[in-house]
Design a protein. Structure first.
Length: 570
């Protein structure tokens, strides 16, 4: 055997070693599961795909054209890195629904990397290692061998197409691609998602057919959707150090207690709120019902959208959370931000709200706050670290430190926000409904957006109402007492429509009871795709709103050396 042949064989061994190291855990888990369940036909098909994938990777690595090797190496490197990054951050294999959620929130990759730094660094290492192994020489020199390898340069695309086809045939079943090579799987999921998007025709959205009455409940309506706020981290005890301003103004709020979000992902949950998602049939209703803007405009409101998270979108149109240009046509003013420090974003949102409420026309405002978006420590000024030690003080953050950072950002962006609002904003002709897009599991994995069997904390959100109108405030407080720990996001839109002056009977026939009436039926939050691209329904995750989900270590003491009196000032 010549030295060159030995070198080529050694490189093949290195390639197979890389593939084994990158896939060992996923492969063995899947083989063990299928053999344990006696699914021998599925196991055989699984192994056939694996053998074909291995041959395809060898062909890619042995391509005589350096540029072709670089192209395939880059694809495999990106795919491997994405798979490992997701697994290390979420603790589960990437599914089609996870892929779609991440693609929707791709502009948040910077903040995700900051929060899951270790997972990101590991992914970068996998990317570099994969590039080196696939691009490096030697390759076969024989003329015949090189000719045939060149002719087979597109063979590595076959496993991607096969895996994508499996996803499409199986209707997005998350188990259908488990354990398949990470060098192909994420790219295949992207192909399947793209194919669905291209060949799926969205149904036409309906117009508002109801006529609003003349006895509108309030002149102005504001919907505040915060980011990643857990209901149980708003402390209403007098004198507490966590949300002291809200506790001291408890009489100004109608507190519906712990509520269930529409979804456990920001984009899906916001879409359900804006696009008229119904609890009984969220998938079809979110695609066909009139939007919240259509109802507001027909009822005579000026419509305003404020996106407090838009500063993280660095290029292109600042549109997120499944908002479309068709939806934007019904928005009179759309406010986005550039170059605003994260700790100031929510207070910039409040300034715009105050500006709009001082106008001459009735206004409907839907505002997304920045809230407690990870990394938590970026959401408040460094000198407002009331609780210590924070996540950024440690290389390997503990759950206790995550709670500390989470407490700090809520104290600043939620408690501080409402302290300023209650001090500055005239609410005599305005009703505000406040909630969060989803809850948060305060761990290093599965924080939110888990597609299957999510922790209930991911769907645990606050639901508050406040107004300076005494009559309406009495109604809100009675409703909060009636539906304490019973409400969901699905009751918010119908409540807004009632406030706009639409018939309660008509509203409840379509959307179910408003917050002013008893909330009946199963309480749940959804996960995975609400638009039904791969399955006809979402996963419905029941949640007990009367349960105690608060972590045992959720009560850090304030740091005695800090001047905490400044925390409520901005």
């Amino acid at each position: 055997m010549s030295v060159r042949v030995a070198a080529v064989l050694l490189r093949v061994v290195a390639l197979l070693g890389l593939v084994y190291a990158a896939n060992e855990l996923f492969f063995l888990r899947r083989v063990e599961f299928l053999s344990g369940k006696g699914h021998w036909a599925v196991l055989a098909a699984f192994l056939v795909i694996w053998v074909g994938s291995l041959l395809a990777m060898v062909m890619a690595a042995m391509q005589p054209n350096w540029l072709v090797r670089v192209v395939w190496a880059s694809i495999f490197a990106i795919s491997t890195a994405a798979s490992h990054a997701f697994f290390n951050a979420a603790g589960s294999e990437l599914s089609i629904f996870d892929f779609m959620s991440m693609w929707t929130a791709r502009h948040e990759i910077g903040r995700a990397f900051d929060n899951f730094h270790a997972a990101g660094m590991t992914a970068i290492a996998w990317m570099i290692f994969t590039l080196i192994v696939f691009v490096s020489p030697p390759i076969p020199r024989g003329t015949i061998m090189r000719r045939y390898l060149h002719r087979l340069m597109w063979v590595p695309a076959v496993p991607m197409v096969v895996i994508a086809a499996i996803v499409l045939v199986k209707g997005g079943n998350s188990t259908s691609t488990k354990g398949l090579p990470v060098q192909f799987q994420p790219i295949a999921l992207g192909l399947a998602s793209s194919a669905k998007g291209i060949f799926t025709t969205a149904p036409k959205r309906m117009a508002v057919t109801w006529e609003p009455g003349t006895d509108r409940a309030i002149r102005n309506i504001v919907v505040l959707v915060d980011e990643s706020i857990r209901a149980d981290y708003i402390d209403w005890r007098p004198g507490n150090p966590y949300t002291p301003a809200m506790a001291s103004h408890i009489d100004r709020f109608a507190n519906f207690g712990q509520a269930a979000s529409g979804g456990n992902c920001s984009a899906y949950s916001n879409a359900l709120l804006r696009l008229g998602g119904e609890r009984v049939n969220p998938v079809m209703s979110v695609k066909t019902n009139p939007t919240i803007w259509q109802y507001a405009k027909k009822a005579g409101f000026r419509t305003v959208y404020i996106d407090g998270q838009s500063g993280q979108i660095k290029s292109g149109k600042k549109i997120q959370n499944f908002m479309t240009f068709g939806e934007i046509l019904d928005i009179d003013r759309m406010v986005t931000f550039d170059d605003i420090p994260q700790p100031e974003l929510d207070f910039e949102v409040l300034d715009i709200i105050n500006e709009e409420l001082s106008g001459d026309a009735p206004v409907f405002i839907f505002a997304n706050k920045n809230g407690a978006h990870f990394p938590y420590d970026a959401g408040y000024p460094a000198d407002q670290a009331v609780f210590l030690p924070t996540v950024q003080m440690s290389v390997e953050a503990t759950p206790e430190q995550r709670v500390v950072s989470y407490r700090n950002v809520i104290r600043w962006s939620v408690d501080g926000f409402f302290a300023k609002m209650l001090d500055q904003t005239d609410l005599s002709a305005t009703a505000i409904v406040y909630t969060s897009d989803h809850g948060q599991k305060l761990s290093d994995r599965h924080t939110h957006c888990t597609s299957e069997d999510p922790d209930p904390r991911q769907g645990l959100v606050p639901l508050l109402a406040l107004t300076g109108n005494p009559e309406l405030m009495k109604r809100f407080q009675s409703a909060a007492q009636l539906n304490h720990n019973r409400a969901t996001h699905f009751a918010i839109a119908p409540t807004l429509y009632e406030l706009m002056g639409y018939s309660v009977a008509s509203i409840e026939e379509v959307y179910g009871p408003t917050l002013f009436h008893p909330q009946d039926g199963q309480v749940y939050f959804t996960s995975n795709d609400i638009f039904g691209m791969f399955r006809s329904d979402v996963f419905r995750n029941p949640i007990d709103l009367n349960a105690n989900y608060l972590e045992s270590y959720a009560f850090p003491e304030p740091a005695g050396t800090l001047d905490n009196s400044q925390a409520m000032q901005n």
